[in-house]
Design a binder for this molecule. Structure first.
Ligand SMILES: Cc1cc2nc3c(=O)[nH]c(=O)nc-3n(C[C@H](O)[C@H](O)[C@H](O)COP(=O)(O)OP(=O)(O)OC[C@H]3O[C@@H](n4cnc5c(N)ncnc54)[C@H](O)[C@@H]3O)c2cc1C
Length: 456
């Protein structure tokens, strides 16, 4: 029996395993439901093109994360890229972020945004909703022309019920001088957390995650889907009949699914929480195009309702190896909550038709299509989540279950945070039960054993 059982070999699960091993601890086992590892940081190869699960760009603002990337992945294997991202509205491309780059928009829109900013609702002391937060910080003009339509598309959820607790680094602030400079076209646009990013030169985003996974001594057991977790007996039941006992369970599966699977004790009451955890899904459509340089942009945001997607990006501008020579490749994303297969199919077709029109791509030029479904994409930050999430984690901790990572913690987070979450989890676990762990004498042998991915 392994002391620590890790569920999920996405980046957080891999990072947890890696950081346990870094602390000379190997008494763990890691299970993944899919045949391949990487989770959302996977990459798909098709007809010579590489597609990720929508644009996945590396932002290394943390010193530890940067040094890990440098040591394990190697900076020479990564492109260092300065963002070229835009907003498309009123038939005009304006540089991201909208709130400092109004240059080129119709005069009436510019006037509405400036007037709204001057009269922004600064009297709101503590905004309870995202809408109030936007009105307080940017005013009604920016709200009407960008924030409301764009966020409605990305969340696919009633904005009146969304809190501002997620905004933080994701929404750059603005000021009157910046807005005026932007109207005059003087801003550089290099604002915000993603102004510069790294991207692997070869094989998509999965290539660097694989290099981290390759460091592990213990095998990752794929094709292992958790079906039920018995909190009382501390057993994980898998769909193939395998039962794994644990002392500590680290799970990176989505929290709502985790709650579905737990067979709880009479005092935990977790089941009631499950339906209150809300999350949307993203459909990610990808096109391989037989024409070079369909666009020189990295990605474009689409706030207007006439376009079903909220963003379109171009793989070939992240790395030239993402598309065969003489070709381009494009990705698009739209969100939904619980829509039918029919609706998804129709919206995908409509989105592809709009993308073709916008970037002048003929049917004959499309050499391959790949549609990927991200079932858990953006969790919904509503009042229920903000109030109850800590209690859910508290109850799980009482039963030695640590639900971590983007969906385990039910939050927005990046690849950098996934790695840091794994590091923090490993440290927490090894500090808390230190005595027990020392007793297990689970040291990694000095010579690295031959590792292979085990199925089932
Ligand atoms: C649309 C979108 C765009 C993004 N863009 C960026 C970006 O540009 N830059 C960036 O840094 N980050 C980006 N991210 C965030 C990034 O993808 C995540 O932070 C990271 O991948 C989270 O890793 P994770 O291991 O926590 O979760 P996951 O990748 O979801 O891993 C969880 C793993 O658990 C497995 N699992 C689930 N259920 C079970 C079960 N029952 N049994 C066994 N295993 C199970 C899954 O198969 C999966 O492998 C983006 C995310 C989204 C949704």
């Amino acid at each position: 029996m392994a002391h620590i059982v890790i569920i999920g070999a996405g980046l957080t699960g891999i990072s947890t395993a890696y950081h346990l091993e870094q602390q000379i601890f190997s008494d763990y086992v890691i299970f993944e439901k899919e045949a391949t590892i990487g989770g959302l940081c996977g990459s798909v190869q098709q007809d010579g093109f590489t597609f990720d699960f929508t644009g996945h760009l590396l932002h290394a603002s943390d010193d530890y994360f940067y040094s890990l990337i440098k040591d394990i992945v190697g900076l020479d294997t990564l492109n260092v890229i300065t963002r070229r991202s835009f907003i498309y509205s009123h038939d005009t491309y304006t540089e991201y972020p909208y709130q400092i780059n109004l240059n080129g928009l119709p005069t009436s829109i510019i006037a509405e945004c400036i007037e709204g900013f001057v009269k922004r609702h600064t009297h709101i002391q503590k905004p309870n909703t995202f809408i109030q937060w936007v009105l307080k910080n940017f005013g009604p003009g920016f709200a009407k022309h960008f924030f409301m339509p764009y966020q409605r598309k990305i969340f696919a959820y009633d904005l009146r019920r969304i809190t501002p607790s997620w905004t933080g680094r994701f929404v750059p602030s603005t000021s009157l001088p910046q807005i005026i400079d932007g109207v005059l076209g003087h801003n550089s646009g290099n604002v915000g957390y993603n102004a510069r990013f790294l991207y692997p030169k070869k094989d998509g985003i999965f290539s660097w995650v694989k290099k981290l996974a390759d460091q592990l001594h213990n095998p990752i057991r794929t094709n292992m889907t958790v079906e039920r977790i018995d909190m009382r007996k501390k057993l994980v039941h898998f769909t193939n009949g395998h039962i794994e006992p644990y002392k500590i369970l680290v799970t990176t599966m989505p929290l709502d699914r985790l709650i579905d699977t737990v067979h709880e004790t009479s005092r935990t009451n977790l089941k009631q929480a499950g339906p209150n955890l809300r999350c949307n899904s993203v459909i990610n459509f990808n096109l391989g195009i037989k024409r070079p340089n369909v666009s020189d942009k990295h990605w474009v945001y689409f706030p207007e309702n006439k376009y079903p997607f909220y963003r379109i990006g171009f793989w070939h501008n992240f790395s030239e190896t993402m598309a065969p020579a003489g070709c381009s490749s494009l990705y698009g994303e739209f969100s939904h909550i619980g829509k039918s297969r029919n609706w998804i199919e129709q919206t995908t077709q409509a989105s592809i038709a709009h993308a073709q029109e916008l970037f002048d791509i003929s049917d004959a030029e499309i050499v391959t299509k790949k549609v990927l479904n991200i079932s858990h994409a953006y969790v919904i930050y509503d009042a229920w989540r903000d109030k109850n999430l800590p209690k859910i984690h508290q109850r799980l901790h009482e039963h030695s279950i640590y639900s971590v990572g983007r969906y385990g913690e039910w939050k927005y987070s990046s690849m950098q945070e996934a790695v840091l979450d794994g590091k923090a989890t490993a440290q927490t676990l090894l500090i808390r039960p230190a005595q027990k762990i020392i007793e297990t004498k689970s040291y990694i042998p000095r010579t690295r054993p031959q590792k292979e991915i085990q199925n089932g």
